[in-house]
Structure formats: structure tokens, C-alpha cells
Design a protein around this ligand. Structure first.
Ligand SMILES: Nc1ncnc2c1ncn2[C@@H]1O[C@H](COP(=O)(O)OP(=O)(O)OP(=O)(O)O)[C@@H](O)[C@H]1O
Ligand SMILES: [Mg+2]
Length: 163
């Protein structure tokens, strides 16, 4: 296999696979989001538990002329191949992990299907683009974001368990 390999080309960022274990989010000149802030948010979540994809390093790729946020590659499974009972167990672990993150002062803010990946070890989260830390946004916004997150989680749960 030849790397880097494009695996996603979105509105804001491209994601490339660097190897079997690492992917990078590319930040180019016209990217408005801040790579440093995303790295900090990811590292904070990593310090709480294993739900969010692991930060590896910041890098610059000369040939791509892009700043890179390098992280662990999450190999995802199709949840529809699994029984509802198994999914319920995965959901409970996920919910517990989310509560830990909220209590520690991290709110993800983008709980959608594309950002929750199922693996052999259960549900994992990617994409901290718009995540927020209590220490940065203050109590009022943080509590408001957490409230919306609980609704987004309930919606995801419905789809995940009643397909
Ligand atoms: N760590 C990862 N492991 C495996 N796949 C990933 C990883 N990070 C991102 N991807 C893939 O790339 C896609 C986009 O990544 P991400 O959600 O972080 O970017 P995004 O901000 O939503 O991009 P855009 O908004 O520009 O579409 C994901 O839906 C997933 O398919
Ligand atoms: Mg996304």
C-alpha cells in the first residue's frame, strides 16, 4: 500500500491515512480552523478516558504543504452485523465514557453518525473540531453545550439500537 492515502475530503479538512495505524487531518492555508486548539482538546479528552481517538503528534508535510494533526487510525465495523443486545452493552459503556468526559470538562458537540465509530473495543469518537472545554468557554456555555449533547446522544441511541 502506498501512503499517504486520501480517505476523506470534506468541506473543511482532508483526512489521509499515513500508515495502517495513523491518519492525519490536513490543515492547509485556506483552512480556518486552528490545529493547535484541536490538538489540545484531543489531548485533554485522551487524559480522561479512551473514547476519543488518540492524539499522536503535530507535523508538517512538505509535499502536501499541509500542517498535519496525526492521530490513531480507528478501523470501524458495521454495527448492523451485531445483535441489539451487544449494541446495548456498547451503548452503556459509551454513555458512561461521555459522562466522564462531561464531568471532567470536555463536551464533544458533534455527536453524529460520521463521528461515532464502532470498533472491536466498542464505540469511539472522532472529530473534535467544535468540541469545547469548560476551562475555555466557562460554565454557562459549557452547561448549555452539555444539555444539547445529551439530546444528540439520545437521538444517536435511537438509531443505533432500533435499526
Ligand atoms: N482517526 C480516524 N480514524 C479513521 N477514520 C477517520 C479518523 N478521523 C477521521 N476519519 C474519517 O474522516 C472523516 C472526516 O473526519 P472528521 O470528522 O474529523 O472531519 P470533519 O471536520 O467532519 O470534516 P469536514 O467537516 O470537512 O467533512 C470521518 O467521518 C472518518 O470517515
Ligand atoms: Mg466529522
Amino acid at each position: 500500500m502506498k501512503y499517504p492515502q486520501l480517505i476523506h475530503s470534506g468541506i473543511n479538512n482532508k483526512i489521509v491515512a499515513l500508515s495502517e495505524t495513523e491518519v492525519a487531518k490536513l490543515f492547509t492555508e485556506d483552512t480556518r480552523s486552528d490545529i493547535g486548539s484541536q490538538a489540545e482538546k484531543m489531548k485533554f479528552a485522551n487524559s480522561v478516558n479512551g473514547l476519543v481517538t488518540k492524539f499522536v503528534r503535530l507535523d508538517f508535510d512538505d509535499s502536501l504543504q499541509a500542517e498535519m494533526l496525526v492521530m490513531e487510525f480507528i478501523d470501524s465495523l458495521d454495527y448492523r452485523a451485531y445483535e441489539v443486545g451487544q449494541c446495548e452493552l456498547w451503548w452503556e459503556v459509551f454513555e458512561e465514557g461521555m459522562k466522564q468526559l462531561h464531568n471532567a470538562g470536555f463536551v464533544h458537540r458533534d455527536i453524529t453518525y460520521e463521528n461515532i465509530l464502532l470498533t472491536n473495543e466498542g464505540l469511539r469518537l472522532i472529530d473534535v473540531s467544535i468540541s469545547a472545554l469548560r476551562s475555555q468557554v466557562g460554565d454557562q456555555l459549557f452547561d448549555k453545550y452539555t444539555e444539547s449533547e445529551l439530546l444528540e446522544m439520545a437521538e444517536f441511541r435511537e438509531h443505533f439500537l432500533n435499526r
